[in-house]
Design a protein around this ligand. Structure first.
Ligand code: TMP
Length: 202
């Protein structure tokens, strides 16, 4: 069976992942590759419906486990309907956030054990990226950028500075903890600077 490549972009709030995911998909598409640009939570009708439950409303709307299970339910739908079929036909899949966001937000942020979240991922999803770009940006700068966007999907932005500092700590450590899969990307500076760093990492 032909097998494409699965690349995920991870990082805290306002780190510029979504812009860079789009630029990367454009660059790969311009070289004639079949490319699928997608995001989590989301990417299918069912997963986008779950997303709206997760990213809107009051900060205490969900508990840690209800959040982790909703994120995983959305991921299962997305992986089975979009990502696995795209990889099977040989496409490059670029995904804005994936399981490392669950480990960072519901794990480091809300205190669930990483081992339990890894087990859940293995049992329910069972697909790992070939490459994960981990955006590194000071969380106060990222939160300021995200606040300036002022969109309605700000539930996680309201979870407090200690929560976001723990997430930044997880993403800071991830590339060294999993060097076979993950690359750190310095997300400070202009869109063009960051895009050039990504191309160099690829
Ligand atoms: P976005 O703002 O990057 O689109 O992501 C939506 C929010 O969902 C963001 O605040 C991070 C959060 N999130 C989790 O908490 N766990 C997850 O597994 C994923 C994929 C996202």
């Amino acid at each position: 069976m032909p097998r494409g490549r699965f690349i995920t972009l991870e990082g805290g709030e306002g780190s510029g992942k979504s812009t860079q995911a789009r630029l990367l998909a454009d660059a790969i598409g311009a070289r004639g590759h079949d490319v699928v640009l997608t995001r989590e939570p989301g990417g299918t009708a069912g997963a986008e419906a779950i997303r709206s439950l997760l990213v809107t409303g009051s900060a205490d709307r969900w508990t840690a486990w209800s959040e982790a299970l909703l994120m995983t339910a959305a991921r299962v739908d997305h992986v089975e309907r979009i990502i696995r079929p795209a990889l099977a036909r040989g496409a490059m899949v670029i995904c804005d956030r994936y399981v490392d966001s669950t480990r960072a937000y519901q794990g480091a942020g809300h205190g669930l054990s990483d081992a339990a979240l890894l087990r859940l991922h293995e049992d329910a999803v069972g697909l790992w990226p070939d490459l994960t770009l981990v955006f590194q940006l000071d969380e106060t700068e990222g939160l300021a950028r995200a606040a300036a966007r002022g969109d309605a999907e700000a539930r996680f932005e309201r979870l407090g500075s200690d929560f976001h500092a723990r997430i930044a700590g997880f993403f800071a450590a991830l590339p060294a903890n999993d060097p076979a899969r993950c690359r750190a990307i310095n997300a400070a500076g202009s869109v063009q600077d960051v895009a050039a760093r990504i191309m160099a990492a690829l």
